[in-house]
Design a protein around this ligand. Sequence first.
Ligand code: ADP
Ligand code: ADP
Ligand code: MG
Length: 662
Amino acid sequence: MFDKILIANRGEIAARVITTARRMGLKTVAVHSDADAEAVHVRLADEAVRIGPAPVGESYLRAEAIIEAARATGAQAIHPGYGFLSENPDFVEAVEAAGLIFVGPPAGAIRAMGLKDAAKKRMEEAGVPVVPGYHGEGQDTAMLAAEAERIGYPVLIKARAGGGGKGMRLVERAEDFADALEGARAEGKASFGDPAVLVEKYVTAPRHVEIQVFADSHGNVVHLFERDCSLQRRHQKVIEEAPAPGMPEHVRAAMGQAAVEAARAIGYVGAGTVEFIADGSEGLREDGFWFMEMNTRLQVEHPVTEAITGLDLVEWQIRVARGETLPLSQDQLTIDGHAFEARLYAEDAERGFLPATGRLERLRFPDASNFELGALRVDAGVVEGDAITPHYDPMIAKVIAHGATREEAMARLLGALEATQVGGTVTNLGFLAALLRHEGFASGEVDTGLIGRDLDALTARPPMPDHVPVLAALAAAGLDHPPAGDDPWDALRGFRHWGASEIHVTLEREGETLDVALLRDGPGSWHREGTETSVSRDTKGLEVTVAGRRFRAEAAKHGAAVTVWDAGRAWVFTLPDPLAAADAAGAGGNAIAAPMPGLVKRMRATAGQTVEKGQPLAILEAMKMEHTLTAPRDGVVAEILAQEGSQVSDGDLLLTLEPEDE
Ligand code: ADP
Ligand code: ADP
Ligand code: MG
């Protein structure tokens, strides 16, 4: 038994494990690098221990530092999450040698599955179907080429130590074999320190179907059905679902049985995933799936299994680690409905999926549960204001939707993604939404080549809707939200006092300059000159009207950037410079903008107040210093746009003055 657990991970999975551990009444200890001192997982845990600087080699991969943190805090168990040390048998042995409990399988089971070639041999012996191929020790180039001939093209070369889709090469013709082999070896060596490869038959119309297994230390093994992870880009999972579309009950039973046998053969304990490659060319068949590898840990996509079984897999992991028997037997497990998970990444899908970084100036999800079961669930390791850094995986969140049917779950996920707003970095949101609208995917015709075949269409950018620059201009001018103030009448007064009848804003986007002229139609209401596009703001936000059609969208300004969120897409503009932005808003010095990011310590001005040049209007605290902002001229305060205590970015408007009489 244990009552205090250390989580040797970061991000969403650390936060997710902590949530369950707390619910079970356990005390929790987080570990963190310098970059994560204020991270979500640190704030969620009862205690936190610094284990080193930002690079993973100096922090999250430091086994001794983590074991020392457990000792120092009195934690009796360690949960490794996924990635990092989760599949490192030496770590498991070190944890156990320190008298601690590892929440995961025994070191021997991890070793048995650690190298793909040895694992395949072992599985063949256990009677589990394995992809035909060469899994031997020999690494001679001519011999491997001869094996490829024997297996028959197309073949797949895989680094035997590979993972995360790295170190793999598809070879279609014998003349390409030598080059591909060299590439796989080099990647295996660079990423995993091991150039050895295996060669196997490339399954055509392949589907990735994996089985969640669970074993306790009393010899009980069950499976929690399958997940279909066929939607992949470069062998990396993008959207996962459960159950697999078109899965006949007898094939499910056969795959489940094979997975349970695989786990039994290596004395498995805890949560694991047996990945199969299935031939999807004529539907899923009992003789059409083969063992690919086993992941001896909790999987990124485990929430879809939780959604359809109603179970908490982390709770099961902890109960098994405590020595309990599995809470349910195979015949007590059932599937309820359908679930999808989408992995939201900071990456530029439209430009070759380049990983992106940046501060999350905005991160808003529709109403969802966090880390817990629900129709909509969001597992995120970051909150608004946090940064995506180059040190770690650029995953922002996993969005999980459950529904009574596949269609319902899919529609729910699409709706959730369309309502998600991220600012400050580019994301793959548009790409994920495009996938959910893909006809083949919608009808369940999934295979691992789907994304690659339709990549251009899936990453194509739709033309910018005409109302987007209008919203951007409004936000640039600080007119996207009602004036701040406790008194609702302030807001009304603000509308009335806003005198400018015309605003000119210059926006830049991808090297192009866009001039937007807005004409004021009434309080808080504007239209773009020469168009039928108008925008009005109320206390709920912005409402767009385009030729009689009305809908909501949002825009915000962060420093010198403006982002518009419109139907699941984020459109980013930059302002030529913050001063110009302030000018644009106030048509010549009517606006007072924050000169740097900081905290509004005092707001001395009130709407309607008459002020003199040089009079202090607001105090901004930045970098531990106070800066007094004064009136640039005599005049009347029109709107207060930032409240006392609010955090502002540089260039954000704090207040505006009534335009001077001509
Ligand atoms: P899954 O992604 O479902 O966990 P994989 O076998 O694809 O399974 O991933 C293998 C391991 O590689 C996982 O532990 C995962 O955390 C890690 N991984 C996957 N993608 C990345 C990435 N982009 N950067 C770092 N680690 C990754
Ligand atoms: P990793 O450890 O990198 O996750 P896997 O062996 O699990 O490596 O393979 C990753 C992905 O590559 C699979 O999900 C599948 O899409 C594809 N793949 C693997 N083996 C085959 C195969 N024999 N035929 C077709 N596709 C395959
Ligand atoms: Mg895999």
